[in-house]
Write a protein that binds this ligand. Structure first.
Ligand code: WQD
Length: 353
């Protein structure tokens, strides 16, 4: 079966996507600098593959800094021209708050690793890329649900989100420059809403280093007793219960979206397409706390505090385009998200360690 390159494949979304691609028989090369992940996650992926009876697992990890072009090239030269059918580009620094205190680090790392990737993909005749983008590129969208034609680039409040927006532009310009080539490029942009949950085995999951920035890893750490209480960032928004509303999507659904994108490019090569990966449903912070209490059987203490700067009241997707054009839609609901998140957190109170 064809080989797919996953940059940042040791991370949260990456490892879940590896599981889904292995189920479909792809050979996989992961390249990761392990700055935000651990090789333990790939060991667990191998355990899952064994438990699921997946045969002929062809999965390797190359640890390297993608910003070092010579080191990164070794990942490609190992297989030579056309060694990779496609690439899924997850790699990038992604802490919103950190990106505001270290913007240059974020621009250098996230943009240079992308440009090095494109340089090597071109040199080694790999012309299909799926990019891990984010709903953050929509900034403070007013009209809900958000569609792929909602304006992007305005009102982005952090350097992390701006790198996502800029990389979408780099990929668009690059794809356009190749349109007259014998083998045009295929670019599929996946704009994630709020990924949560874990593989149902509980063997892999989100493992943020330090206090989690995102809601659900924090909530699950309170449930397992690792954190004392959740700070709810404001309850005076114009939402049903005053707390922020988001479109939470199970990470396994998200992973399936990447398989759909790979297949979409097989069927429709040579295009630049953008898809929202969300459920189309919005849940509030307190909805999520209650859902996690139900899944874990634990009381989750919280305190209402000030709003977090840059937060918006409501954000949820119109995901019709992904259904119509890729045949993908989210299938798992809030109960599965919290059930599987609890399976991960309760079995790994301190993450991968
Ligand atoms: C969700 C809701 C908070 C933490 C971010 C990034 C985005 C994407 C997804 C990568 C909001 C509230 C949170 C807490 C809280 N990441 N909250 N207490 O802000 O929608 O999006 O993650 O692509 O780029 O911006 O997600 O999980 O941080 O917040 O009350 O300790 O939970 O105010 O309403 P967000 P989040």
């Amino acid at each position: 079966m064809p080989r797919v390159l996953l940059t940042g494949g040791c991370g949260f979304i990456g490892t879940h996507t590896v599981v889904v691609l292995l189920r479909s028989g792809y050979s996989i090369t992961v390249v990761d600098n392990l700055i935000n992940s651990s090789l333990k996650s790939i060991e667990r992926v191998r355990e899952i593959a064994k438990d699921e009876g997946i045969e002929n697992v062809d999965l390797e990890v190359e640890v390297c800094d993608m910003c070092d072009l010579d080191a990164f090239e070794k990942v490609f030269s190992k297989y030579g021209p056309s060694g990779f059918l496609s690439c899924i580009h997850f790699a990038g620094l992604k802490a919103v708050g950190e990106s505001m205190s270290l913007p240059l680090l974020y621009y250098q790392n996230n943009l240079i690793n992308t440009m090095n990737l494109l340089t090597l993909m071109e040199k080694y005749s790999c012309h299909r890329i799926v990019f891990s983008s984010s709903a953050t590129v929509y900034g403070a969208a007013e009209v809900m649900p958000i569609t792929e034609s909602t304006r992007v680039g305005e009102g982005i409040t952090n350097a992390y989100g701006r790198t996502k927006y800029m990389i979408e532009g780099i990929l668009g310009d690059f794809q356009k420059s190749k349109e007259k080539n014998e083998t045009p490029w295929s670019v599929t942009i996946l704009r994630y809403f709020n990924p949560v949950g874990a593989h149902p085995s509980g063997k892999i999951g989100e493992d943020p280093s330090g206090p989690p920035n995102n809601l659900m890893p924090y909530v699950s750490q309170v449930a397992v007793g690792r954190r004392e209480f959740l700070s709810v960032f404001g309850n005076d928004y114009d939402t049903p219960d005053g707390t922020g509303v988001r479109d939470y999507i199970h990470v396994m659904d998200l992973a399936e979206g990447h398989l759909s994108a790979i297949k979409f490019m097989d069927k429709k090569p040579g295009v630049y397409e953008v898809f929202n990966l969300g459920t189309g449903n919005g849940y509030s912070v307190l909805d999520m706390v209650r859902a996690m209490e139900k899944a874990s059987g634990r009381k989750i203490e919280y305190k209402i505090v000030e709003r977090r700067p840059g937060d918006i009241a409501t954000c949820y997707a119109n995901a019709v385009k992904a259904k119509e054009e890729m045949g993908w839609e989210a299938k798992l609901g809030l109960n599965e998200m919290c059930r599987d998140l609890w399976a991960w957190q309760s079995n790994n109170p301190k993450g991968f360690e």
